[in-house]
Design a protein. Structure first.
Length: 373
């Protein structure tokens, strides 16, 4: 009876080479992973279409040359340059007019009327700055929300490809990290980031309007604390992701080697061939993982680059106008513009930190996920 059972097993195994290692092609795996349903905004989708890049064809990212990428970045920079330049020239005109009006106010003996000139100057500058500042705040909030939506739809796709290639632990760690970071960013943006930026904006206006009060130190202190906090969060996240990536890659490597050993040792006659086929399958999944991850990084970069450039250019415009006001001796305008530059710097730092952590988590899992075997 035992000989008959052994003969039956050998006959079944004999025909195993005729059975494909995996019935799913890379296209089918991509379709099953949901790569065609990744949420991207219209601008990002236009960038991908212009360069013939898609998530359903990850190898299309190889056709993007450095020259095309630099040209695209330059075109984006030129498209974002008009509004900050217009703001700078408008503020420069306000500074020049303020220099004359403040000189006129100094010749008047009535201190109340002289102070009215400074108040009027600040109110004119505030009327010019309110719309760009509100645009910057809304842009930071919208970018974080759109980036979170994109990563919430992209992470399951990359995780499923990781799991299909044997990186089950790496896939679970990556998906948990991205989901946690995306949800945390949205909650912090709605509950703390936007109110904090608007409070600092109001303090900057009050600091310029009332010379007897000094809120500039508060703004600088909040910015310094926020910078330390962002640095601490970045260090903790990077360290945790690196350690988890190394541990998960090691765990996947052990599981892969155990599976290959079982296939080569326990499957009679064709165990070595099945083990080699499994290695080939994992290699193709590695190529697919790198391709999808690369397209995801390009898509996220195309999504966040315009707002980061616009925010940085607005900051430079306000900083240059503040320096011009300081040279012209318009103290109230100088205080206002330098305070608002601090607020824009804080908003830009928060946005860049969020984007950097998302890109880094994807890069780590691309390098470490499922590399063993």
């Amino acid at each position: 009876m035992r000989k008959i059972l052994l003969l039956a097993v050998m006959l079944v195994v004999w025909f195993l080479p005729g059975i494909p290692v995996s019935a799913d092609t890379q296209e089918e795996i991509l379709a099953q992973s949901g790569a065609d349903s990744i949420a991207v905004d219209e601008q990002t989708n236009s960038f991908l279409e212009d360069h013939s890049i898609s998530f359903t064809d990850p190898q299309s990212a190889l056709t993007l040359s450095p020259k095309e990428l630099l040209c695209s970045m330059w075109n984006t920079f030129r498209a974002q340059l008009a509004a900050p330049l217009r703001l700078f020239f408008t503020l420069g005109l306000v500074v020049i007019c303020s220099a004359f009006t403040s000189g006129l106010g100094d010749t008047i003996s009535d201190r109340g009327l002289s102070g009215a000139y400074g108040f009027l100057v600040v109110m004119v500058a505030v009327s010019v700055l309110l719309t760009p500042m509100e645009q910057c705040f809304s842009m930071v909030s919208d970018t974080m929300e759109s980036g979170s939506r994109f990563m919430l739809s992209f992470a399951p796709v990359l995780s499923s490809i990781l799991a299909a290639g044997g990186g089950v632990v790496s896939a679970s760690v990556y998906q948990l990290a991205v989901f946690s970071l995306a949800e945390l960013a949205v909650q912090l943006t709605c509950m703390y980031l936007m109110p904090l930026l608007r409070i600092l904006l109001a303090l900057g206006i009050m600091d310029a309007v009332h010379p007897d009060f000094s809120f500039g130190s508060i703004i600088r202190g909040v910015k310094r604390v926020a910078q330390w906090g962002l640095g601490l969060v970045m260090a903790l996240f990077v360290g945790l992701q690196t350690v988890q990536g190394m541990v998960s890659a090691s765990a996947d490597t052990v599981a892969t080697k155990a599976a290959k050993f079982m296939l080569s040792s326990c499957v009679p006659v064709v165990g070595g061939a099945v083990s080699d086929a499994y290695t080939t399958l994992r290699g193709s999944m590695g190529v697919l993982r790198s391709g999808v991850g690369g397209v995801g990084i390009l898509a996220l970069g195309a999504m966040v680059l315009p707002p980061i450039l616009l925010l940085g250019l607005y900051r430079l415009a306000v900083l240059a106008a503040g320096t011009l006001a300081e040279l012209a001796g318009v103290r109230s305008l100088s205080k206002l513009l330098h305070s608002l530059e601090q607020v824009l710097s804080l908003a830009l730092g928060m946005l860049c930190t969020f984007v950097f952590l998302l890109l880094l988590s994807t890069a780590i899992v691309m390098l470490a996920g499922g590399t063993g075997g």
